[in-house]
Write a protein that binds this ligand. Structure first.
Ligand SMILES: *Cc1c(COP(=O)(O)O)cnc(C)c1O
Length: 395
């Protein structure tokens, strides 16, 4: 099997698994317990928080553990909204290409009476920092812009956007779930007030993540109960997962340059190979993109059929985000960069990990090329295009 769906989730690294095991059978105390078993777990928890903070360039007390990226996004946005509300500020700025964890949280706030501005991105999938500046109003309480897109891999000018927000005195959150462990991040240097991350996107365990929130930002708890996480996130901490996350993060960041270099070579080989397919187009920017992300649209192709036939050939791919696959709506990200419905339906995302090999990439190029040709050969739509009864959209 060739696994090319690392934007959906990654395989856990051995380092992460090894870091978790002792916390399942040996150090299993509850960190809130006063006895030595509990205190041992509590020390490990503190240690993990410090290590994660060091990697991000912040302080341990600025890290809150969550159940993953979705919860961190929800908590960041809801917290900023509650802070804004108390000051009479009920306007939030975001982008049209955010993950649903952000977009659906904004929908909920809209129903509560918040005004939401969703900025459009350019055809390359990148937001213009000046657009953020122009959109900020007196009553803006939050700007939330994702660091790197989960579908088309585009990397946003986060530092510049952060600087604009700082000058205007507006809180700035970034959903960095696709970026952490893959791109170098320093929250202070990049003017980030809040940041979401998720362990399973960098070879850590699923169901655990973190929210960085600059000290002074009052978080709203989404889960009420005990006083864990300074009273901002109740529930006994998932210590094994947190230890796995800390280890995976240190490992990913330790190898970040080497991995990025290797991935970029594989990515560009794949992009070049797929570009030779007639009537195909790369989605997203050619260089300002995640080192492991490839996303194409093929005219006259139905994405789901492409995925199933690739799976038959042992290639695990995606048509977009894991959350939209299974629904018939085309990706909101592809529509935002100007792909029309029919074209957006024919999309393919291949997301690599450093474990992929050049041979796998060669095999994949061949498999995609053949499957696309086969699907077109049996498609009535394609026949009309070839006969000139209908015009090609992708030249
Ligand atoms: C995967 C992902 C999330 C959700 O993270 P979970 O840990 O799966 O909840 C949020 N945002 C982006 C950009 C993602 O890729």
């Amino acid at each position: 099997m060739i696994y090319l769906d690392n934007a959906a989730t990654t395989k856990m690294s051995k380092t992460a698994i090894d870091a978790m095991l002792p916390f399942m059978d040996k150090i299993y105390g509850n960190p809130s317990s006063l006895h030595s078993a509990g205190q041992e777990a509590n020390e490990a928890l503190y240690n993990a928080r410090e290590r994660i903070a060091r990697v991000l360039g912040c302080e341990a007390r600025e890290i809150t553990f969550t159940s993953g990226g979705s919860e961190a996004d929800n908590q960041a946005i809801i917290s900023a909204a509650r802070i804004g509300e108390r000051q009479g500020k009920k306007h939030i700025i975001s982008t049209a290409i955010e993950h649903h964890a952000v977009l659906h949280t904004l929908d909920r706030l809209k129903k509560e009476g918040f005004e939401i501005t969703l900025l459009n991105v350019g055809e390359n999938g990148i937001i213009e920092p000046n657009k953020v500046k122009e959109a900020i109003r007196e009553d803006t309480c939050l700007v939330t812009v994702m660091y790197a897109n989960n579908e088309i891999g585009t990397i946003q000018p986060i530092k510049q956007i952060g600087e604009i927000c700082r000058q205007k005195g507006v809180l700035f959150h970034t959903d960095a779930v696709q970026a952490v462990g893959h791109i170098k991040i320093d929250v202070k240097e990049q003017n980030i007030d809040m940041l979401s991350l998720s362990a399973h996107k960098f070879h850590g365990p699923k169901g655990v993540g973190a929210l960085y929130a600059k000290k002074g930002i009052r978080l709203t708890n989404l889960i009420d109960g005990g006083a864990q996480e300074r009273g901002k996130r109740a529930g006994t901490e998932n210590i094994p997962a947190i230890m796995g996350m800390a280890a995976a993060l240190e490992e990913a960041v330790g190898n970040i340059d080497c991995n990025a270099k290797k991935l970029t070579v594989l990515r560009d080989k794949l992009i070049n190979g797929l570009s030779t397919i007639p009537h195909s187009v790369l989605n997203g920017d050619t260089t300002k993109r995640l080192p492991g992300n490839v996303n194409f649209c093929f005219e006259g192709i139905e994405g789901e059929s492409l995925l199933l036939l690739l799976d038959d050939r042992g290639v695990c791919a995606s048509s977009g985000s894991a959350c939209t696959s299974g629904s018939l709506d085309p990706s909101h990200v592809l529509l935002a960069i100007g792909r029309v419905h029919d074209i957006a339906h024919g999309s393919l995302r291949l997301s690599l990990s450093e474990e992929n090999t050049e041979q796998e990439i060669d095999y994949t190029i061949k498999a995609v090329t053949e499957v696309v040709a086969y699907l077109r050969s049996i498609s009535p739509v394609w026949r009309d295009l070839e006969n000139g009864k209908q015009e090609f959209i992708i030249k």
